[in-house]
Write a protein that binds this ligand. Sequence first.
Ligand code: ARG
Length: 707
Amino acid sequence: MSALFSARADEGMWIPMLIGKNYDEMQRMGLKLTAEDLYSANHSSLKDAIVHFGGGCTGEIISPNGLLITNHHCGYGSIAELSTVENNYLENGFWAKSFDEEIAAPGLSVKFLVRMEDVTNQMLKAGENSPSEEKKKKAMDKVKEELEKKANENGRYSASVTSYFNGNQYILLVYQVFNDVRMVGTPPKSLGKYGGDTDNWMWPRHTADFSMFRVYADKNNNPAPYSKANVPYKPKQFLPVSTQGVKENDFAMVMGYPGRTNRYETSYGVDMAINEVNPSIVKIRDMRLGIMRNYMRKDPAVNLKLASSYARIANYWKYFIGQTEQLKRLRVIDEKQRQEQDFTSWAKATNRDYEDLMNQYARAYTEYRPYAKHNVYYTECFMGSGLARLAAKTNKLHQLLSDRKTKAEEIGKEVAELRKARKEVMKDFVPAAEQEMLARTAELFYKDVPHGQQPDFYQRFIFKQFGNSDWTKTFNDFANYAFLNTFLLDEVKFENFCSDPSLEKLDADPAVQYALSFVNNYEQNYKPRQEQFGKTKESLSQQYIKGLMQKNQGKLFYPDANSTMRITYGTVGGYHPQDAVTYDYYTTIDGLLDKYKPGDEEFDLPQNFLDLCKTKEYGRYANANGELVTCFITNNDITGGNSGSPVINGSGELLGLAFDGNWEAMSGDIAFDKKYKRTIVVDIRFVLWLIDKYGGANNLIGEMKLN
Ligand code: ARG
């Protein structure tokens, strides 16, 4: 067998503060830094160069001037928002040649982790001896609030107490948040999203998935809202960049903000995902994406408006297809069942507290299952319509207006909320597309959700007014009517309503009527079940994890991802995707050019890039064979949220940016598969070459520390 598979696969998203426990192993695998170099609350460490970017991604600081790099798909929303049809940075790319040319990205923020502190004892103690679950939660929330308030230091920091291991551990995280973040550089979408949805979640890959921003601070280096007077932030630490590249079996670690995993999910949960939840999400998104695509293709302005939501919806559309496929292929239900039987046998023999736990899981799932679809269709289908989403926001106002005791100022406040919601929805509102979306989502909900669970508006209004043997027509007619007659979409009528809001006006509005019929049905009949199910599951999994820890004393456990900073370490290396097939661990620019398809939406390339490639001048960015490496893979344990995370060598230098996972391990958030799970990384030398030779932004290269 080749050396390829002697590499260790490394499962585990470890807590930075506790990384000392893994240190010996990391050192054996090639780490040259000390544990304190990775995380320290007292002096600067690698963690000071890593940020939570825009709430859902990771970024890292790579210069003494607050220069930040993350994925292209993480900067995507901001890049699209700053683009116009005339100045289309999403299509054409953007390179600031000086600080002055950098463009503020409103609404974008980054946060640095200042410190972490284990507060498990305080939290669990607060919840002890409570007469009820409700009182327990209240007592714990109170302590949580106190801890956070104290750590905030009067607004200097943002602190949060977060649960790990489903309530078996609590950690206080203290952050510093910066709100003046500016766009610095991005390749055109053709490169930054090369391969589009076809290549998404797949290896081999050739995507230049990076974009650059800069963090700005006030003159004292403190966070401040956007101001022209702000200056580039001076970080406590930044990552030096390696131009040496990677070899098979090299040590590689990733620091970042993985969002969610469900590694302690039971066979019951996997069954529900495979058979109810995932296929529903995929079906609904398929339809929504089809509608969006149609309108995006027709008009570049619409294309820009919808680009970011489209990418977001498509990313997890494909994710759920892959997850279902791999959960089945890897027989994850069988494996989970074996673990559960093993657990129950152990409980019966040694700890009877847990002997009924799996039966309790089974009962909870059986009870909830008939309603699972309703909840998916409510959020994904009903709420998939922009008008429905906006109309649903009138719910609170409707309640306030129905109550004679409501004070005028409460109504005023809610009207302000509605105004805000409308502004948000209208920002990306494409009327023709949205009218079709309303028709098709209303229709699909009716067809797919069990009839006994439907809101009464279908019979009471839609079928009564527009009933027809052709359902497409029925729902088109309804959507047409709703768009013509609602006050929500008309600026003047909306302002009239706001200046004199009344129950009569709300009750006469077809969009409001439609939405509130869904909302009320959901809130009365389905939301309580969903919440109850969530609580039951949470308490069961808290016990399950506690039990597993007792069963496996001495074993190192890592908690599920929860959008807090983690470290994962492993090695560079390829894999066997299927019998007789081997995937190498890196791709090159030649492979990128092989995929080129002129005029294609996903595989077209700009002429100036093709011209540059012809020169084959890779300079110091080439590997020992003279190739320009584009992407490589490692066996690090990452998930969504890690996007943009630095992949770091044993000396603490940046090797590339993690940007995706591979198809064969799409079940990884539920069950880590050592054989298949890989992290896809864009090689930093490809990134540097693009910045330098394609973008001509030597100013940015000059800021970095290249080793
Ligand atoms: N699958 C990647 C992730 O979730 C996002 C890739 C974005 N690219 C794309 N073609 N949609 O981290």
